[in-house]
Ligand binder design. Sequence first.
Ligand SMILES: [Zn+2]
Length: 188
Amino acid sequence: MFIDLTPFIPTSLKEEGGQGDRLPNNLKGISLTNELKFIVDQNVGKLARWLRMMGYDTVFFDGRDDAHLVAIALAESRLILTRDTQIMQRGVITSGRLKAVLINSDEPEAQIRQVIDTLNLDCRFRPFATCLECNQPLEERGQEEVKGRVPPYVFQTQSQYMECPACHRIYWRGTHWAAMTRTLDKFG
Ligand SMILES: [Zn+2]
């Protein structure tokens, strides 16, 4: 069976501010709010960091069993992002009960662009708020609180920090973050 991904414009969404211009049929009726949550299949794993970077709650699925992925998505109301056409053929998805986007490209930047365009995501939804590694909400830390835990040159030049309460990584607005933000700006 082939899943029809022909673009269509649902009137209700159009009236609510122009969202969903390129929404595939199986996403019909989705609530395109900023509170979308995702589960990213391992075949498009790089999307997880990008979505967390924007502030979207995103789980990375590293199992092999499609049924397990679908079960998590259903239990946690997550939208599936995948390259796997077989998942897209499951009844739970074709019926629209579970939302999913079939990613077209192998190239990460094209992948995130497709997700942003299809779902009309806000690239600057909640930047600097989610751990890129484990999807936990970050907590603010003052300069003194990170003393000895970040490189000296960082400590001297940065005053604002965030810490992940789960993995205890410290984040600051360094060069890597700036590079990702510039790329997101291109999309937004
Ligand atoms: Zn973490």
